[in-house]
Every structure is written in C-alpha cells, then in structure tokens.
Design a protein around this ligand. Structure first.
Ligand code: ATP
Length: 641
C-alpha cells in the first residue's frame, strides 16, 4: 500500500532523476558541503598572512593569487562559502516566516484587519526589492545582522503575496468548507487544513528565493553595508579586490563566480523541483475487499432534539456587490423540510440552487450577504445564534456533501483522521474513540475494509468511495439534515446509483432529512418526496415528487421535464430544449423572470412577478399567472421509489 510519505518520496526522487534536477542537486550539494567543511579544513590557509607575496597573481602555490596581506584568495573564496550561504539562508527564513505571517493574516484576522494587511502587502510588493533592502539596511544599521534583517524583510512581501494566493486557492476547496461545517475555527483551519497543502510550493519558492538572497547579500557586502571585517563573505571579497581588478582580475572574479554558481544551484534546483512536482499526477489505487466485523461504538448523542420541522426557511436572500449595484442571485426563497423528509432542488445552472444550500450551511463568505425573515435549523435561528453555538449545532447535527469528491478531503491527511477531527472537537471524544467511530461510520457507508481504509489518504480512494467517506464524515455526529449539492455529478452512472441508494437508506434507516440539489430532474423525482423548482433565484414550483410526472403546473417545470430524453425518444429528432437562456441575476426583468422564454406569457407576466401560491391541492405551490392544468402524459419513465 502506497502511503503519502512514500508517494511524496517517489515524486522527489523523480525530480532528482531528471538531468536538470540531478545536475542542480549535485551542484547544490557541493555548495552546501563546502559551506560546512571549508572553514574546518582551510581556515588556517585562508587567514595566513604572507608579507613576502602581497597582491600576487595566480601561481602554482596560490592558484588565484594573494590579497593585499598576502592571503590566499582561492582558500578565502572557499572559506567564505559558509558565511555567504548561512546569511542568505537566514535572510530567506526571515522572508518566508514574515511572509507566511502576513500572507495568512487575512485568513485569521477577519475581513477588515485582513484587508489592511493585504493593502500593506500590495504596496510593499510594488516597491523594488533592492530599494527596500537598502531602506531596511539603513534602519537596522551597517553589518551582517542589519543586512540579514534588511534582505529578509525586503523579501517578505513577495512571500506574503504568494502565501495569500496559495491560501485563497486552498480555502476555496470543498474540504475547507467541510471542515468549517464540522466546526473548525480559523486558526485550526489554517494550521491543519490549509498550511499543509501549500507547503510544497512555499518550499520550492523559498529555494529559488535563497538564490536571490545570496545575490542581494553579496551586493550589500560589496557596497560595504553587509559583512564587516575581519569577517568576510563573497561580496566583501569582491569589494576588497575591486581596486586592483585590472591588475589581478582573478581576485575579483573568483568570488563573483562563486556567487553566480551558488545562486544558480539554488535557482535551478528550485525550478527543477517546481517543474517536477507540477507535472506529477496523483494516481488512484484500487481497493481490495476484506471482511471486518469489530463491534461498532455507540453513536454519541447530539445535544439538540430533532423536532418535526428540521429546517425552516422564509424569504431567504443572498446578495453580492456587483459592478452596477448589488445583485441578488437568491431572492426570497421559502421552504421547510420535515424530519426524515427528502426535498430536491432542481433548476438550470445559475438558478441559485447552490447558493441556497451554502446560505443554509452558513458558508456564504463576505462580501456575500445572507438575510432571511426566518432561517431556523432545529428551531435555532441560525442568523442570530452566537458563532460558537452555531458551530456546535452545525458540527453535530448538519452534514454537507459536495459535488466533487476529489476536492472534498484534505489531501495531506488520512481519511480516518479527517472524519475523527470534528468528533473530537464537538463530541469531546478521545483520539481513540473518535478513530473507532470513524471506522464504524466508514463501515456504515459501506466502505470495504474500513479499518485499513481509515489509515489511507484521499488519493488512495476511488471517486465513489471518497463520496461515501464524505457522507460518513457527515454521520460522525447525529445529523438531522444532509445537504447534498450535486453529489453524483462527478461520478459515473453505476457509482451514482450506489451513492444515491446510500443517501436514501440513511434517510429511511436513521430518519435523516435530505436536501438534494441536482440538475437532473429524474434523479430528484426518484429520490425525493418533494421537489423545489428554482428559476432566477426563486422557487417557482414546490410540488410532491409523485406529482412531477403528470401534475407539474409551471411552464418552466414542464419544460425541464420535456427536456429529459427517455427510451421512447426519437433519436432522429433533435432533443427538446428550453428556448432562450437563463436570466443574468444582475439584469432581472420586471415581472416573471421566465416570461421571455414562456409560450404562455402575456403583458401581466412581463410586468408583475407572481407569488408562490398554493394550488388546488395542499402541498403544491406555483408562482405563475398561467399555471397549466392539463395533465401531462409524459412518456418519461419517472420511476418512483
Ligand atoms: N460569489 C458570487 N458573487 C457573485 N455572483 C455569484 C457568486 N456566486 C454565485 N453567483 C451567481 O449566483 C447565481 C446562482 O449561482 P448558484 O451557484 O447558486 O447556481 P446553481 O443553480 O447552483 O448553478 P449550478 O448548477 O451551475 O451550480 C449565478 O448566476 C452565479 O453567477
């Protein structure tokens, strides 16, 4: 079984095996060996004064000649390796650490303070690095210490920007949202989920940055602002031999060549690693079956008692700032979900399905804003509940399954540990208890050989298996509601069925309510009790799934149904499509948003927006001025459960 460590080792070995990686690696190794051993072996020869041979050119006894005190330049260049490399590495470390602190600050500090830090970093990045280094060198004073700080701080803004970009990239991934739902705070999110995923590019860039720091340090020492006598580095050696460069060019060139070779070694090695790691793809290992029958631990009890209504949403709105004023892609959505009920949300892309789910899960990030007349989960008003209580409530009683199982888990952590994390935080379980429960939950979602699988990394799971593990993560507490946003879109058809069946059995066996979002009205019709049809940020029809095949009233729902091909569809004919395009939430027309695409629309439809109102039968609401009453005779096979 390939572990992450061996996999990572293999990737690095692959880097070293490329011609560029091998030569840069060997060069870097030579430089580092010199830095360690040269002062031990040759510091005596490098500091021996010989007044009989002052300022001599290259000879058999002094390969690069001597300086103004008769000291051997060749040995001095070798011995200076340690000082030059050590100072460059310390400066790089300062740059990376400061950059990390500044770059992660926006993720930790919150919106306002974070913006201030980002703005400061942006201004600092715009400043030429050498100018910054000179500025800091003046502040910290002349000398090695001042120069190290100067180069370190001058390099920090670039690392801060890099960190910000990397953090933003990882923070948008589903596993971070999942950890947030599981109740992880900002610092925990950063340390456990984000930083491990950005460490590789940071290390690569730090290696390349060390080459730059080496050059910058040589520059400062050359100008007399860096290392001070009697200590010496390559920059200082260059500065000292500058006056006699025309007489003894070797004395000035040798330290310069040393700077170039070492700088190249760092840069090329960093580039080779970046290239090598960038092209490597993560494989998916196959799994083997093994029976596993150890006893399951008791489920921890949730502190919240499930009432009949699990989720109650009234007039939910999600707003974002737009170029021409705020846009509201979710505008006044209302629905309730009862205990153990499965409600499906269907609609074309952009209709506001995901935003509705994210708003319910409290995952809309600023500048997005969520408002609602009522947003109650287990009778707790989510928008008014204090942060810690809300995290606790959602962490134990709410589960979210995302579309793409490849991004739902943190790639750097074992599956079992990721499942256990939330349970330790919210249910006060010990590490061992949480791990046992994680294995039990993996078993509950039918992951074969759950115990062994818990010790594996996400890349060792297949897509369907990962999606089941994600559902298992939601079952670590005692969820009253699972929100699944297109949970099967990224999976192949057979696996789709397995995952849907699993969700269904959890619902029937454990009485967990389900909010299932899908493009696919057939899937919704098969799995759910009730269907919410969304168009342009509103629910336009709310009907029982049993009524879907024949009793849909809204022309949009009917059009969605008509667009589903079935076995009797004549493949010679073009498939039915809904004419026109969905409306842009930034440019909503007055009246009914579907009017422009609707064959029944009249003037009233184009001027007045219809409310969602109860129709002939209880439990069927439609927002339409002309609800269609003729029964549908769909050839479509809408298998009911
Ligand atoms: N952060 C955002 N800022 C501005 N507009 C957004 C943002 N997120 C989503 N939107 C807009 O809101 C609308 C609804 O998005 P949402 O993701 O909810 O649609 P959806 O119905 O889930 O579509 P899909 O099935 O493609 O995921 C879209 O037009 C989208 O462009």
């Amino acid at each position: 079984m390939a572990t992450r460590t061996t996999k990572s080792r293999r990737r690095w070995t692959a880097v070293i095996r490329t011609p560029l990686g091998l030569s840069a690696g060997l060069l870097l190794l030579l430089v580092l060996l010199l830095a360690v051993f040269a002062p031990v072996l040759w510091s005596h020869q490098a500091s021996a004064i010989d007044t009989d041979h002052l300022l001599e050119g290259p000879s058999a006894s002094h390969w690069l000649g001597t300086d103004n005190l008769g000291r051997d330049i060749f040995y001095r260049v070798l011995v200076a390796t340690r000082q030059s490399i050590a100072l460059a590495l310390v400066a790089t470390a300062i740059a990376v650490v400061t950059g990390l602190l500044l770059g992660t600050a926006p993720a930790v500090l919150g919106r306002r303070a974070g913006r201030l830090v980002t703005a400061t970093v942006n201004v600092a990045v715009a400043f030429p690095g050498l100018l910054l280094a000179l500025f800091f060198a003046v502040i910290f004073g002349v000398g090695a210490k001042g120069a190290v700080l100067a180069i370190g701080f001058a390099g920090a803004p670039a690392f801060a920007r890099l960190t910000q970009t990397l953090v933003a990239g990882v923070a948008a991934r589903d596993f971070v949202a999942a950890a947030r739902i599981a109740g992880a705070g900002r610092i925990r999110l950063l340390v456990r989920h984000i930083l491990p995923n950005i460490s590789e590019p940071l290390v690569v860039n730090a290696t390349i940055g060390a080459g730059g720091a080496l050059l910058a340090f040589a520059g400062l020492s050359f100008l007399g602002l860096g290392v001070q006598p009697p200590a010496y580095d390559w920059g200082r050696l260059m500065g000292e031999s500058l006056n006699s460069i025309y007489v003894h060019p070797a004395a000035a060139l040798a330290p310069g060549v040393a700077v170039v070779i070492s700088g190249l070694a760092f840069n090329l090695f960093g580039e080779a690693v970046a290239k090598g790691l960038g092209v490597e793809s993560i494989g998916v290992s196959r799994f083997r079956r093994r029976s596993d029958d150890s006893a399951a631990p008791e489920a921890p009890t949730s502190q919240y008692v499930v009432e009949d209504v699990v989720l109650s949403v009234r007039d939910l709105r999600v707003t974002f700032p737009g170029p021409d004023g705020p846009i509201t892609p979710v505008r006044g959505v209302s629905f309730t979900i009862g205990h153990g009920e499965a409600v499906g949300v269907v609609g074309e892309s952009g209709s506001g399905k995901s935003l509705t789910a994210l708003a319910v899960a409290q995952l809309i990030e600023p500048p997005g804003q969520v408002s609602a007349e009522r947003l109650e989960f287990l009778r707790e008003p989510l928008l008014e509940t204090p942060d810690a209580d809300r995290r606790q409530l959602l962490g134990t009683s709410f589960a979210m399954v995302f579309q793409d199982p490849t991004t739902s888990f943190n790639p750097t952590k074992r599956i079992g540990a990721q499942l256990a994390e939330g349970a330790r935080e919210h249910q006060g379980l010990t590490r061992r208890q949480a791990t046992t429960r994680a294995i039990d939950r993996l078993r509950a979602v039918r992951v074969p050989a759950a115990e062994r699988r818990a010790g594996q990394y996400p890349h060792e799971f297949s897509g369907g298996m990962r999606q089941r593990a994600m559902i298992g993560m939601g079952l670590m507490g005692e969820p009253a509601l699972i929100v699944a946003d297109e949970p099967t879109t990224a999976l192949d058809v057979t696996v789709q069925r397995q995952v849907l069946r699993l969700l269904e059995s959890i619902r029937t066996d454990d009485g967990v309510a389900l909010l299932l979002i899908s493009h696919d009205i057939t899937v919704i019709g098969q799995v759910c009790d009730r269907v919410l049809v969304m168009y342009a940020g509103r629910v336009v029809e709310d009907l029982p799934a049993t009524a879907l095949a024949t009793g849909a009233r809204h022309p949009y729902t009917r059009a969605l149904l008509a667009a589903v091909p079935d076995l009797d569809t004549d493949l010679e004919q073009p498939l039915a499509v809904i004419p026109g395009r969905p409306v842009d939430p930034g440019r909503l027309p007055s009246g009914c948003a579907f009017a422009a695409r609707c064959e029944f629309a009249d003037d009233r439809c184009r001027t007045e927006d219809p409310e969602l109102e109860t129709q002939l039968d209880e439990g069927h609401r439609v927002a339409c001025w002309h609800p269609q009453v003729v029964e549908l005779g769909w050839p479509m096979r809408m298998e009911q459960r």
